[in-house]
Design a protein around this ligand. Sequence first.
Ligand code: GTP
Ligand code: MG
Length: 398
Amino acid sequence: METVLIILGVVLVVLIVGGGVLLAPRARRRGKVAPGSSAAAEAGRGGVATAARPAAHAPAAEPGAAPPAEVTAPPLVPEAPAAPTPAVEKPPPSAGRMVRLRSRLARSQTAFGAALLSLLSSGKLDDQTWEEIEEVLITADMGAGPAAQMVGRLRTEVKVAGTSNLAQVKELLRADLLEQVGADFDRTVHAAPHGDRPAVLLVVGVNGTGKTTTCGKLARMLIGDGRTVLLGAADTFRAAAVDQLETWASRVGATVVRSDREGADPASVAFEAVSAGTARGVDAVIVDTAGRLHTKTGLMDELGKIKRVVEKHGPVDEVLLVLDATTGQNGLRQARVFAEVVDITGIVLTKLDGTAKGGIVIAVQRELGVPVKLVGLGEGPDDLAPFEPQAFVDAMLG
Ligand SMILES: Nc1nc2c(ncn2[C@@H]2O[C@H](COP(=O)(O)OP(=O)(O)OP(=O)(O)O)[C@@H](O)[C@H]2O)c(=O)[nH]1
Ligand SMILES: [Mg+2]
């Protein structure tokens, strides 16, 4: 009996140990792929995370192991394409822009036109009505002198014509306005090269008038007309100003000459820009300058220096004074001081889309004896137009 018990004990021990050995590998295998186990979850995440990678980079499956049903193989997504280099834009030419953008002017000018026409059509053109007409002209920033002169003349013309017919009076008014705006100024923006030397255009003005924007828009406009352009970043006070110019330039594939150092001498950057423009054989070099208060003598002297230094290459073709049309009389004061320091050859009147004070065109031309050559009619890249008196007067009168 004792022997039987010993044999049974040995059999029991063998059974327990053998069963454990047989079961252990199955449990280990199950643990590797158990659904919901952290290993499976990790494999799933790996698939998503590597979605953009080539399939070859996906975690290798254990040789011979069947893929678990819950873990889908990472999709074969091709490598995400590198961000495309922005295509160089082809801006529209300058011709016809003012007519195209006339509605921008009309939006803000119609109050002026409507006020004038309602006075003229009132049927009684007496002293008081003429005074009111003069006031409307002054309110539009035409300036007191030109307004009085224009009303005096219109009054005589109406008397001589012996008419109070609105269409005829409107035609007389239109002709007088056109004469005040100056239909025969030369408004060409001189941007044609001189043999192997590029045209040089300096852009100047007080802070925030729209100089950098104008440089960018003007570069686009010239490129739209088939010219090649290089931009000089002579506003060395702020790194942001240079970046702003580079953004404009990159859109049309133009080169920018800049200094690596903030606060570098703007005259030397301008000089280098013209040197580079000559070496590259571009048609025109446009030089952006820092905004400067016309009341700060040092800054105004610096502007004189920029021009003198650039002129070592040859005469500057254009000094464009950028004026914000919404600043009225203050704009005129700025114009006067800038004209004392550099010979202004043309005026760029910006933000004309946001003001009913289009009369500033007349006032500033009178003040400087220099034509408005370009007008800014919005913040869009092609919202700069060569100034056309007829389209302007039409828009003013609505
Ligand atoms: N509505 C309108 N906004 C304009 C026009 N021209 C320029 N601006 C805006 O005026 C602001 C100032 O323009 P900038 O070109 O930076 O002026 P800036 O003269 O270079 O300024 P500083 O370099 O700081 O002196 C920007 O928000 C332009 O978008 C225009 O014709 N119409
Ligand atoms: Mg600027």
